[in-house]
Design a protein around this ligand. Structure first.
Ligand code: BG6
Length: 511
């Protein structure tokens, strides 16, 4: 049996890890197909999955948008998106097979007739392509439209599975803009879909390097003994971006960096780094451990010192002059939105008592880098001359999430020569060098998991609410206390962020 035949063999043992996980027959309905996410990530990821043989012949994509389009127009958009953004090489035969299953239904979210048409279209696909009556609805649309779409899915009967089939709904962060709105959103979804059918996407959880945090921690004996307050001095979680807000003014203004990525990506990184070992990698076990650690997070009493927000001003980046946030198209000149946010969080557990977790994120910083760095305590005694260890820093274990995916261990080493000079050196594990296969994009993994119905990588509502509980007081404090500090584009953010670390006798890692 060839590999492909084996993949498609319905009698294969799904627990057989030698075989790739493959989606069963289904239709993926995409709302918001003209948006950036669909073009840059979702459509290319669908193609990449098809190219890797992970989608069945009985698969179809239906786009829904307010466009006067024929199927062919949407196919063309998908074709261009795939050519420009897919990770794997373009293969005509894969594209042809996939594109036959690409359909389009024009309409607006308040148009009952359009949803009737959508219902007819997916039923026809069930017959024509054998999609088995299984539908996943991907809401790649602004959250203010979630309610309309979910209600329409209910009204048109699309949300109700027939015997033996499934329905799933996929939503993208932000899940609300605070605790209250997150709860409202959840209620709206729950009126129509049961919890197990709701897939909340935090694309960081689809990244290989993020999943590797669990492998690193729980597949090895090396790290566990030092992964605690006895050895770790503090943890730094950084998500630095060199880009500005691009064309996303409408979304970003008023939301800000903390709501955009700390509430979700960075707190998820914190949870994976700090949580206890789950009893298994079943969704409920992993989510329960994450929820436990998020509920143990404590905000500092002094938010004035230990929370910082900034906003980028004009500056130079990569030799190019770039405008400040308030000069970006679509941003009001008096905007107080944060494009940089940093804060100290403590975790009240036996493992982490007294070990601060410092989080920072920002747009238009000096370079793009996301990492989790465990900074270890200094040796209690150094039997060297003081001048020999001047260049010796703290030992560090750095999980490089992107762009240079890997892990670095930093420790002191003797400098060759006649004296006993000790200096920091790095030992690197690099994904690109250790594995021949390039890492799949986060959306490939997550889309496949939705189609298979595999939930461990999707945060559940409890985690969403716990994360808002952490962030809401900070946002409220910021609301009442002036404007963000400005920092030049291309720098490492506002001075207050360095001062925050200096107050604790620490410094941000230089990236
Ligand atoms: C998104 C944020 O969730 O993540 C964006 O909304 C940010 O503002 C993006 O730019 C970064 O994603 P990545 O995968 O490039 O780190």
């Amino acid at each position: 049996m060839t590999r492909i035949e084996n993949i498609l063999n319905p009698l294969r043992d799904p627990r057989d890890k030698r075989l790739p996980r493959v989606a069963g027959p289904c239709v993926l309905v995409l709302f918001g197909v003209t948006g950036d996410l669909a073009r840059k990530k979702l459509l290319p990821a669908i193609y990449d999955l098809a190219n890797r043989g992970l989608l069945p012949p009985g698969f179809a994509v239906v786009g829904f948008a307010r466009r006067d389009w024929e199927h062919q127009d949407f196919r063309q958009l998908a074709h261009d998106a795939v050519k420009e953004h897919a990770r794997t090489p373009f293969r005509e035969e894969v594209w042809n097979q996939l594109s036959e299953g690409i359909h389009f239904v024009p309409g607006t979210f308040d148009d009952d007739a359009a949803f009737e048409q959508l219902a007819t279209a997916v039923k026809e696909l069930d017959v024509k392509r054998g999609t088995g009556g299984n539908y996943a609805f991907y809401l790649s649309i602004p959250p203010k439209f979630f309610q309309d779409v979910v209600k329409q899915l209910q009204r048109s009967g699309l949300s109700k599975p027939s015997e033996g089939s499934w329905r799933r709904v996929v939503i993208e962060k932000p899940f609300g803009h605070d605790l209250a709105s997150a709860r409202e959103l959840n209620e709206i979804l729950h009126e129509v879909f049961p919890e197990e059918s709701i897939f909340r996407i935090d694309h960081y959880l689809g990244k290989e390097t993020v999943q590797n945090i669990l492998a690193l921690r729980f597949a090895n004996t090396l790290y566990e003994p030092i992964w605690n307050r006895s050895y770790v001095d503090h943890v730094q979680i950084t998500m630095a971006e060199d880009i500005g807000i691009g064309g996303r003014a409408g979304y970003f203004d008023g939301i800000g960096a903390a709501r955009d990525v700390i509430q979700n990506h960075l707190l998820q990184l914190l949870a994976l780094t700090a949580m206890e070992e789950p009893v298994s990698f079943e969704a409920e076990s992993v989510r329960a451990e994450k929820a436990k650690i998020l509920s143990a997070v404590r905000l500092p009493a002094d938010l004035d010192t230990y929370s910082v927000r900034g906003q980028y001003a004009a500056g130079w980046q990569g030799g190019v002059k770039v405008p400040g946030f308030r000069e970006e198209e679509g941003i009001s000149p008096g905007s107080r939105t944060d494009t940089y946010a940093a804060m100290r969080l403590d975790i009240d557990t036996r493992r982490w008592a007294g070990v601060p977790f410092y989080l920072r994120t920002g747009k238009r910083l000096a370079r793009r880098a996301t990492e989790v760095a465990l900074m270890f305590q200094r040796a209690p005694h150094l039997p060297f001359a003081q001048t020999d260890t001047e260049e010796l820093g703290q030992n560090a274990l750095v999980i490089r999430v992107q762009p240079d995916e890997g892990v670095t261990l930093r420790f002191g080493s003797k400098v060759p020569g006649t004296s006993m000079e000790v200096r920091d050196v790095n030992m690197d594990f690099d994904y690109g060098e250790s594995f021949t296969e390039s890492s799949p994009e986060a959306y490939e993994r997550l889309l496949l998991d939705v189609l298979i119905g595999d939930p461990p990588l999707f945060p559940r509502q409890e985690e969403v609410e716990l994360s808002w509980r952490i962030l809401d007081p900070v946002e409220e404090y910021w609301d009442k206390h002036g404007a963000p500090e400005s920092y030049p584009s291309g720098s490492w953010g506002p001075k207050a962020a360095d001062e925050m670390m200096a107050r604790d006798g620490r410094a941000w890692r230089r990236l």
